[in-house]
Design a protein. Structure first.
Length: 253
């Protein structure tokens, strides 16, 4: 459902994404991890059609995002790291706007928008202008807009940042349900506990390249032997992540 083929993005002399290839099948939650500056957001921007690759291709459901961005955007939803909402719309107006933009049937909008506002505990503020919403409230509204659309591919860039624990728990449940219903989810996250719990597979980016990809069990098996010997079966994704990225930092150039 998501395919990256030798994807490369350069900014002047800097290679932010370096010859990245990856396939994510339908219904998988793929966790995209890596330290700051590893190239995660750049990859998501290319996949969502916000940025053109220098070379290589990004495809969603076989559609080349750079060649046919409208068709790709019709089936893809993005939850960016900074939730963008129109400040002069109210919460309710924003969702109706998203519904119209993505051709959700008016009757369905009328039924589901109040339900979504209720579910995300935003009903109380549905008539307030979005300029008065907190970061977390905006984030929840953007995610409600994603659910309204029922997209096939959901891209999320650090979706839990700014959410209170209850909302974060709700978003985790929502992502699991979406994937179970057949959506494909690609999520950048720094929260390793979330990656470990939610994601079928995990890819670790480092300096524009994916240095490891697999299930947590596979990554655990590949992490250094001393690590496994030292901590045994209680090795967490955090241990693995730090071990694998530290090995890179020490490797000779
Ligand atoms: N628009 C841009 N112009 C120049 N450099 C950029 C731009 N966007 C990202 N970069 C650089 O590309 C690298 C990867 O950034 P990014 O994809 O945001 O990483 P991550 O999301 O993994 O933290 C960083 O070195 C960043 O400074
Ligand atoms: Mg980022």
């Amino acid at each position: 459902m998501i395919q990256l083929e030798n994807l490369t993005k350069r900014f002047g002399g800097l290679t932010a994404v370096n010859n990245l290839s990856l396939t994510v099948p339908k219904g998988e939650i793929f966790g995209f991890l890596g330290p700051n500056g590893a190239g995660k957001t750049t990859t998501v921007k290319i996949l969502s059609g916000l940025m053109q690759p220098t070379s290589g291709r990004a495809l969603v459901d076989g559609i080349d995002v750079a060649k046919d961005p409208v068709a790709a955007k019709r089936i893809t939803a993005l939850v960016p790291d900074e939730p963008f909402v129109y400040p002069k719309l109210t919460g309710s107006e924003f969702l109706y706007f998203i519904g119209d933009l993505y051709a959700v049937e008016p009757a369905e909008q009328k039924k589901r928008i109040p339900e979504l506002l209720e579910q995300f505990e935003l009903a109380q503020w549905e008539g307030e202008l979005l300029e008065s919403y907190s970061h977390g409230m905006r984030q929840k509204l953007v995610i409600a807009g994603v659910l309204l659309r029922r997209p096939s591919v959901v891209l999320l860039d650090e979706p839990m940042v700014g959410l209170d624990p209850k909302s974060a728990r709700m978003v985790k449940t929502i992502l699991t349900d979406l994937a179970r219903d057949g959506a494909t989810i690609f999520m950048c996250t720094h929260i390793l506990e979330i990656a470990e719990r939610l994601c079928g597979r995990i890819g670790i980016m480092y300096d524009g390249s994916m240095i490891e990809a697999g299930t947590v069990a596979q990554l655990r098996a590949r992490a250094s032997k001393e690590l496994a010997a030292g901590i045994g079966s209680r090795v967490t994704l955090e241990d693995i992540f730090l071990d694998l990225t530290a090995a890179r930092q020490c490797a000779p150039l």
